[in-house]
Design a protein around this ligand. Structure first.
Ligand SMILES: N[C@@H](CCC(=O)N[C@@H](CSC=O)C(=O)NCC(=O)O)C(=O)O
Length: 284
């Protein structure tokens, strides 16, 4: 995968002696053009560097994290690339695709849809786990040592990627993740459209269910603001804590008084996560 694909730079700026860029490519998996944000630290001018894949949340594009998280300074210091995929296929026009913020465009939920019309394009899991890494790792100075993190819907995405593909990632973390999508409104809405009406088919895309069924040798690190407006209805990190306790999985859940769901929260703690991943990637 990724063999003949071109990666076209559409914007580039120097940043902390490295460069932050947007690259466009044709995705065969999603059957559309996609754009990703990529930070390459200065060390990448001399050798391939380890990489953090960042999965953003509902309504985001590839740009939110690069613009708002303030991760580039420490990524430059550590010698870590950051790859930010978009949050759904783009340029498509399926029925209902652009009508609500929590379904369709900007809301791919990092699953492989099985239901028409979504299944023609909405295969974000295969895209972020296989196709995009194959493309960027073959065309840019990015090595195969991978970590993964994300926010909210993207925190759910990071957790399920690492839980389903533990050999692909050396570490995983999440900010304000949707930990049990099969039991909360955001997940139930998206999964019923993408995966069909039988909740039994949703479990392989749910972090709590995956932990109970497969365990995890990788420890999980989660940052959660206690003043997050989505906490009680959509996030419920206590469900993840219970699943980890029952399955004997290590969870470092850091609950932060006063912090909400915004990128101000992410910006406050992103350095801790970058250094955590750097240690697992062998550059910390
Ligand atoms: N109804 C709101 C919800 C959008 C929102 O809060 N999006 C978050 C992620 S929520 C879970 O996945 C986000 O990251 N927004 C982008 C940002 O830059 O803050 C709305 O439509 O605004």
């Amino acid at each position: 995968m990724g063999g003949t694909m071109t990666l076209e730079p559409v914007a580039e700026s120097r940043c902390f002696e490295g460069r932050v860029a947007r690259y466009r490519h044709r995705s065969e998996v999603l059957d559309c053009e996609m754009t990703s944000g990529i930070y390459l630290p200065p060390q990448a001018e001399r050798r391939p560097v380890p990489v953090l894949y960042w999965l953003s949340g509902l309504t985001c594009t590839d740009e939110n994290f690069m613009h708002k998280a303030g991760a580039q300074r420490v990524a430059a210091e550590l010698g870590m690339a950051i790859v930010c995929p978009d949050t759904s296929p783009r340029g498509t026009d399926l029925p209902g695709e652009h009508e609500s913020y929590d379904l369709g465009s900007g809301a791919g939920f990092y699953v492989n849809a099985t239901q028409a019309p979504w299944s023609a394009h909405y295969r974000m899991y295969d895209y972020v786990v296989e196709e995009l890494p194959a493309v960027v790792e073959s065309r840019l100075p990015i090595g195969p040592a991978r970590a993964i993190s994300g926010h909210s819907m993207g925190g759910h995405g990071a957790l399920i990627c690492a839980l389903r593909e533990p050999r692909r990632y050396l570490s995983v973390s999440a900010f304000s993740p949707v930990v049990n999508p099969t039991e909360v409104p955001w997940g139930q809405k998206a999964f019923s459209h993408y995966l069909g009406d039988d909740p039994a088919d949703w479990r392989e895309w749910d972090a709590c269910a995956l932990i109970r069924e497969r365990g995890s040798a990788l420890p999980l690190r989660v940052e959660q603001g206690e003043a997050d407006g989505f906490l009680g209805e959509q996030l419920q990190p206590e469900r993840l804590a219970e699943a980890c306790r029952e399955a004997g999985v290590t969870l470092d859940l850091r609950e932060r008084p006063g912090y909400d769901h915004s990128y101000y929260f992410i910006a406050t703690f992103i350095d801790h996560h970058l250094r955590y991943h750097a240690r697992a990637l062998g550059i910390g």
